[in-house]
Every structure is written in structure tokens, then in C-alpha cells.
Design a protein around this ligand. Structure first.
Ligand code: HEC
Ligand code: HEC
Length: 231
């Protein structure tokens, strides 16, 4: 419940903040609205079929769902509805523009996407990246309590206290790669990446400094991945 309240809060912030937003560009529309049919489809994901499909992805995302290069995101242990939605976003082109990814997903059916999302969700999330420094107090505060003065909701309110993500489609960010984390935050800031239907990340991002973003990226990489508890 806490996270849905936070989501509504952020939606209001986005409406009010829109007038003052740094970028006047509208973020692209998300392509998944979570009808009952879509939710059921994701729940029906078949891991063994998904494993087969993922053979085409493993030279980049790794056989174990851990990206083989710094800019390639980890998918292991990810919330399946989130993975499914991102695949739809690459296929639709616009919500997320990335040609190599688009080429890989354009022939996947909705069922294929649900299956491959189930496969990655079943894998062991990334180990803590201990090469990253310990997070300073200000970063822990942003994660756990946010910053009321700047209108920043705590990351943990939506992404969970261990960065494990939440239903329906809030991603796990614990254990994500630092370089990918920064790059994708940049896309949100430039409004080149679709948000979810609540606009969760839209204006929040404009309130974080570069230093905050780097600190948060390091914190979540060092934390390592955790799986969202099964419903
Ligand atoms: C050529 C390398 C490559 C291949 C092959 C590839 N990906 Fe990706 N994938 C990437 C990169 C790079 C990104 C980050 C792109 C961006 O910034 O939007 C990405 C992003 C993603 C994301 C979004 C992750 C997130 O946290 O938002 C998902 C999901 C994904 N890929 C799944 C797949 C699946 C499923 C396949 C196979 C059908 C696949 N990828 C094949 C390189 C690849
Ligand atoms: C109101 C809820 C909410 C809050 C607060 C929030 N997020 Fe998010 N975040 C989301 C949702 C939902 C998405 C998925 C957006 C989409 O559909 O692409 C997301 C996406 C992300 C992503 C992209 C993940 C990926 O794999 O590509 C990162 C990184 C992220 N958030 C970091 C943060 C950080 C750091 C904070 C705290 C400063 C934060 N978020 C606060 C809801 C939230």
C-alpha cells in the first residue's frame, strides 16, 4: 500500500511540477497499461520456453542474466512484469529507443516476452559489487527517507528497502550495474525514456544532482540484488 500511495504522490508532483520542469519535452507514452489480460499473461510465463528464447540474448546479458559489459543491464532476478513491459517498450520504439535491443525483440510475441521475463526472474540476482565505496550519510537518507525540502520521495518507498522492486512493475535496482544505472537515469532526465503510467520517475529525476545520481548508483551496485518476495 505504501508504494501505491507514494506513486500517487509522485503523480501529483509531476502534474504540479510540469510547469517548472527543466525539459519541456513530454516523455513518451508507456505501451503497457496493465489490463487483467496483460497481468495474466505475465503470470503465465513459462521459464523453460523463456530459457530457450534467452539463448539469443546471452552473448550480451550473460547466460546467468548478468550483463557482460558495464553498459548492459543485469536481468537476473528482475520483477517479471517490469521486464515484460520494457520488451514491449523496445518493440514499440519511442518509449525506449535502442536499435540493438529493438532488433532482438521485434519478432517476439507477447507470450515470448512473458516467457523470457519469467526465465530471467527465476535467476539468482547479482552479487554485491564491493569495488564500490560505502555510501555517505546523504545517500542513505535519499534512499530511506527521501528529501522533503526538494520534493524527493524515498527510493525505498517504491523500489523496496533492499532495492528488490515491487508489484506490478517497479523494477529491482539493487545489484544493477553502475554505468547502466547512470545512463538510464540520464534518459529519464532527458525524457527520452518512457515512464510507467504514474510518471513515477519523471520529475523526481530533475531534483537529483549528478553527485546524488552517482552516489545512488554506487549504493545500489554495492547493495547487490535481492528478489521480490513471491506474492
Ligand atoms: C547486442 C547486445 C544485446 C542483446 C543481444 C540483447 N540485449 Fe537487451 N539490452 C542491451 C543493452 C545495451 C540494453 C540497455 C539499452 C538501453 O539503454 O535502453 C539492454 C536492455 C534490455 C532490457 C531492459 C533492462 C532494464 O533494466 O530496463 C531488457 C529487459 C533486455 N535488454 C532484454 C533482452 C532480451 C530478452 C534479449 C534477447 C531476446 C536481449 N535483451 C538481447 C543489449 C543487448
Ligand atoms: C513513486 C515511485 C518511485 C520512486 C519514489 C522512485 N522510483 Fe525509480 N522507478 C519507479 C518505476 C515505476 C520505474 C519503472 C519505470 C518504467 O516503467 O520504465 C522506476 C525505474 C527506475 C530505474 C530504472 C531501472 C532499470 O532497470 O532500468 C532506476 C535506476 C530507478 N528507478 C532509480 C530510482 C532511485 C535511485 C530513486 C530514489 C531517488 C527512485 N528510483 C525513486 C518508481 C519509483
Amino acid at each position: 500500500m505504501k508504494s501505491s500511495r507514494a506513486a500517487i504522490g509522485s503523480m501529483l508532483i509531476c502534474w504540479a511540477g510540469g510547469v517548472y520542469a527543466q525539459s519541456t519535452k513530454m516523455p513518451p507514452n508507456p505501451s503497457v497499461l496493465w489490463t487483467v489480460v496483460e497481468q495474466k499473461l505475465v503470470e503465465s510465463g513459462d521459464t523453460q520456453r523463456g530459457k530457450k528464447i534467452a539463448e539469443r540474448c546471452s552473448h550480451c546479458h550473460g547466460e546467468d542474466g548478468i550483463g557482460v559489459e558495464p553498459g548492459i543491464p543485469n536481468l537476473a532476478g528482475q520483477v517479471p512484469a517490469y521486464t515484460y513491459k520494457q520488451l514491449q517498450h523496445y518493440k514499440a520504439k519511442g518509449p525506449r529507443n535502442h536499435n540493438p535491443m529493438r532488433r532482438r525483440v521485434r519478432r517476439l510475441s507477447d507470450q515470448d516476452m512473458a516467457d523470457v521475463a519469467a526465465w530471467y526472474a527465476s535467476l539468482e540476482p547479482a552479487a554485491p559489487d564491493l569495488s564500490q565505496p560505502q555510501a555517505p550519510e546523504e545517500i542513505l537518507k535519499l534512499v530511506e527517507r527521501g528529501d522533503q525540502k526538494r520534493g524527493i520521495t524515498a527510493c525505498a518507498a517504491c523500489h523496496g528497502v533492499r532495492g528488490e522492486g515491487a508489484p506490478i512493475d517497479t523494477p529491482a535496482i539493487g545489484g544493477q550495474k553502475f554505468e547502466y544505472f547512470l545512463a538510464t537515469m540520464q534518459l529519464f532526465a532527458q525524457r527520452d525514456r518512457a515512464r510507467d503510467v504514474y510518471n513515477s520517475m519523471c520529475d523526481l529525476i530533475g531534483r537529483l544532482t549528478d553527485e546524488d545520481l552517482r552516489g545512488l548508483g554506487r549504493y545500489y551496485a554495492r547493495l547487490g540484488g535481492h528478489k521480490m518476495a513471491a506474492k
